[in-house]
Design a protein around this ligand. Sequence first.
Ligand SMILES: Nc1ncnc2c1ncn2[C@@H]1O[C@H](COP(=O)(O)OP(=O)(O)O)[C@@H](O)[C@H]1O
Ligand SMILES: [Mg+2]
Length: 315
Amino acid sequence: MNRILEVCKLSVSFISGNEVVQAVNNVSFDISQGDIFALVGETGCGKSVIAHAVAGLLPDNTVISGEVNYKGQDLLELSQQDLIALRGQEIGIILQNPSRALNPLYTIGHQIREPVLVHTMKTKDRASRMVTATLRKMGFFDPESEAHRYPFESSGGMNQRFVIATSTILSPDLLIADEPTTGLDHSCIADVIKEFERIKKEEHCAMILITHDLTLARTLADRIGVMYSGEIVEMGECKAVFSDTLHPYTRGLIGGLPENGCTPIPGISPPMSRRFPGCRFHPRCTERMPICGQVHPRLEVNGDRFVRCHLCHSH
Ligand SMILES: Nc1ncnc2c1ncn2[C@@H]1O[C@H](COP(=O)(O)OP(=O)(O)O)[C@@H](O)[C@H]1O
Ligand SMILES: [Mg+2]
């Protein structure tokens, strides 16, 4: 197995005034070539912060520790210049908010061509031919005319596919997709899923798929990490996590799926700036035991299964 990314003990805090917000706490995971790793969890649990940390896009008021090893080099140690060279070329990024990812003033072709011009020595003509080839590969029948359109002339789903084209035109080895289907309607989501399935089959890149949509993760991911309040609480092969769920929080998320009656987990996530003893999920957990309010559980490993829960550790 060819490991592309190894995130080791990543912690991220934001400092604003005299408040410290620990958004990510001691998160580790790795991804091999051709694999999709999904990071799931409720809004605010730290998923985007991980995406930004891997991509070197965190603001200045951040304290980061741990390692983000990409093909053996720690991205946290790289200079901005080296990071910029990697980003957009070897590491493709699809950031949250597709509607803001495209510039309304430029044609689709112009924008998909941009990374080629920035990162390679190719001429505009060559780059434009790459745009056409990429769009054709993605199943657009008339790529030349697509390339001449402006974002306002296409649907949200179509534009998201153009964003994906921009992030994949240089065949990245690692693709980070942050909430790639959020805000899209059902038919568009199906198109975007098809696109990711094609990328996985044909491009063989490693992918971090960040989503609060468990169904999307289940459809696409090989492995899945479930996050709660800045921590990974359960991780393993996607199929195993769904068929033999270990953590009560994961069970709660699965119970919230439409096919399971959309039963929400009672309560809300605790604020990141307030820490309390015990498991971070215990105030909302229906299966809590006395120890859960006292001792913060460790992430225990059993083969490829990871779980942070006293209930599971006691069995
Ligand atoms: N630049 C920032 N400054 C301070 N806090 C931030 C910043 N970015 C994110 N956070 C906080 O970090 C936590 C995780 O955010 P985020 O990763 O965006 O969650 P999500 O899982 O929804 O993507 C949130 O509590 C958020 O308020
Ligand atoms: Mg997010």
